[in-house]
Design a protein around this ligand. Sequence first.
Ligand SMILES: C[S@@+](CC[C@H](N)C(=O)[O-])C[C@H]1O[C@@H](n2cnc3c(N)ncnc32)[C@H](O)[C@@H]1O
Length: 287
Amino acid sequence: MIHHIPVLLNEVLASIPETTQFLVDWTLGHGWHTQAILEKFSHIKVLGIDRDPLIFQKTKEKLADYGTRFDTQQWSYADMDILTNQTKPDYILLDIWVNMEHYKDTSRGFSIKGEAPLDMRFDINKGITAKEWLTRAKPEDITKCFVEYADFTEPKAQELANAIIRARNKSPLTTTRQLRQVLYDCGLGDPASSIIFQAIRIEVNQELEQLKVFLQKLPDLLASGGKCAIITFHSTEDRMVKNCFKELLQKGWNLITKKAIQPTYQEIQRNKASRSAKLRILQKNIS
Ligand SMILES: C[S@@+](CC[C@H](N)C(=O)[O-])C[C@H]1O[C@@H](n2cnc3c(N)ncnc32)[C@H](O)[C@@H]1O
């Protein structure tokens, strides 16, 4: 298992009340947050959920020793209905991003490194692959994706979209190496190419749509007085969380983090991947 360092771990642990009984970690990943929670609070039961069946399976085995205190399911956090027949959780954690394994295991197509089929799906059994999207997408959709998810200017995004269309008209873009070459030919280096790969991943997995659905259903999900903690790494996702929390504040919920919590200088030194993380926590009103 490739080591993924959990982000803002102490801050998450400190925000969990002693009274918590049932916690859902909806982005289980390698289970580092969950394991620390199970260790710190011996009475808490955790349901760990992840959209990625490969990562989920490994973590299920890794945490099996916690017995009945830990259960797992493979779903997306947009598939909230799976919780309707369960006790409502009094704490929900979302740590929204990729797992280090997605980048380091280059076979899944998430990374600009190596050569792999352009897949990029978290759930390898559902939805269209990056290859399918790049084959079918209209130039204006590709441009929109790069403007909205990669913060590229409209002219640069259009130039990249046109280059992709020209390349795919010659021969289908099927591997990460081919896509990377198109981006290099447009003058992009590795960091900018990684941002384009990330934008395509956000599109393929419909990540913003998934978060939107989660936030809409959150009020029905959480137990009275329960807390929801969300860690984001992308400014659009953080804005969505911030706006949703503001709306719920108007409905009597309690904003635990007036400003988003960010990693300390020491954490960023230990784990560079944490640098853009933002944690926001909200507590449901008691009804
Ligand atoms: C940053 S990692 C979580 C790391 C985890 N907190 C840990 O400590 O190991 C994010 C995880 O969310 C999963 N994921 C991404 N989108 C998801 C979704 N819509 N629903 C559920 N899980 C999702 C990814 O597969 C990935 O494993």
